[in-house]
Design a protein around this ligand. Structure first.
Ligand code: SF4
Length: 119
């Protein structure tokens, strides 16, 4: 997904929603932000289409509205990418001052990775 170009107002709306982990009601959001409901609705549609937020239809105080939440993206990493054979990349637990071009630990790990690929 390509990141949308967000205006300052849209970025503010997104930050406001992000600050409410349990979500916020659309019917309250536009009032909190001091924008009119149509503008708020248009911004939320753009953020929803861009994959930033999700809206769930609901009732609040007897009125139909949406519960608006940030879309949580799972950032996962394949742990096998950190492994060379049975050895994990040394950077994971390294507290040395990093000099990547001359790092013997990383060099050894890369050699092990290459040799484990050849087996
Ligand atoms: S490259 Fe070497 S020094 Fe740098 S973080 Fe990795 S193991 Fe540590």
């Amino acid at each position: 997904m390509t990141a949308l170009q967000l205006s300052e107002t849209e970025t503010t709306v997104l930050a406001h929603i992000r600050a409410k982990p349990d979500g916020t009601y659309q019917s309250e959001l536009w009032k909190d932000l001091g924008v009119d409901s149509r503008t708020c609705s248009r911004i939320l549609k753009k953020l929803e289409d861009g994959g930033y937020i999700e809206r769930e239809e609901c009732k609040k105080d007897g009125t139909r509205t949406y519960l608006v939440r940030i879309v949580k993206t799972e950032k996962t990493i394949n742990p096998m990418l950190l492994m060379a054979g049975e050895t994990i990349v040394p950077c994971v637990a390294c507290d040395e001052e990093c000099d990547i071009e001359h790092c013997k630990m990383l060099e050894d790990w890369v050699y092990e990775l290459v040799f484990s690929e050849m087996e």
